[in-house]
Design a protein. Sequence first.
Length: 352
Amino acid sequence: MKHFSFLIFILITFQSLKAQTLSIRHILDQEKSVITDTTFQLTTRDKRTVPIPITLVSGSEKGPTFTIIAGIHGMEYPTILSLLQLRKEIDPKKLKGNLIIIPIANVPSFYSRTPFVNPMDEKNLNRVFPGHPNGSITEVMADFLTREVFSATDVLLDMHGGDVGEDLIPFICYYNNQEFKAQTKKAAHLSEISGFDTIVSYPYILNAHQPTMYAFKQAVSQGITALSIEIGKLGYWNKDEVSKTNDAIYRMLFVLKMYDKKDISPTSFKKIRYTKQAYISVPVQGIFYSNLKAGDRVHKDDKIGYITDLFGNKINTILAMETGVILYKIGTPPVNKGETLCCIGIDENFVE
């Protein structure tokens, strides 16, 4: 077992010899069949510093590098705890290739129990990719992940879940990127064998000079096979969610011919696939009431709920714009204008 703590100053670029010496790829190439726990300290121009803990697992044989990230939002607990468990279980002597495990990408958010933003600069890490080396601390974090982590990655699994205010059903998702067809095909296949019953395919739309914003969308734009898991809701976690997440990871490792774990629960052959989504934004700040939950089916123009002002006076009624299943929704009363109130997965083959 090795323990390192590296200080990476973003004031200089990763092109420097020092940064190259301390790079993730360099560490993975040094030895085989070892687990290395490292903490990268990222520093901005104004001397603000944040740690990113990373476990690097070098296998006994050459193979792909599979990166798994959790905790981009600090209150998405099932996936965070699943990676901490994976770290204890994985045997590098049985691994072909490498694992990059980032259990808590946003440590300030985790310890401050802040659901969406980094309290150090009030920015959402999953909205600032590809980041900037000379930006605020969250932008520096995104830049580090983009340039240092993604550049060493062949397959990326970016894991999320229901923050303290989100109600959602478990699903796995990928972007239907036609520019990199082979990578998209592999992401779709990994989704199919993951053990998740609900599979969501997002359209990949990115105009010239438009930032990717999202972590795994950034990886897709770099030609990396990338997909994402959503599991857990309303800031809670349980052992079944942790087990389901880790079983999905082990299934992917097996299909990638990287690792074989024998005691994985069987999967269901029944799959629900959504290739289109409808998003409802919060029209006005207020207090949201709804009798519906994630997983409920709605029809076009059905009432999803209503919003009141601070005195309880109804100021807006929310209607479904499409027929489908609620993949996730705000599950707590406070809502702010512009937030995603609800995402409906449109089941194109559904017949009444």
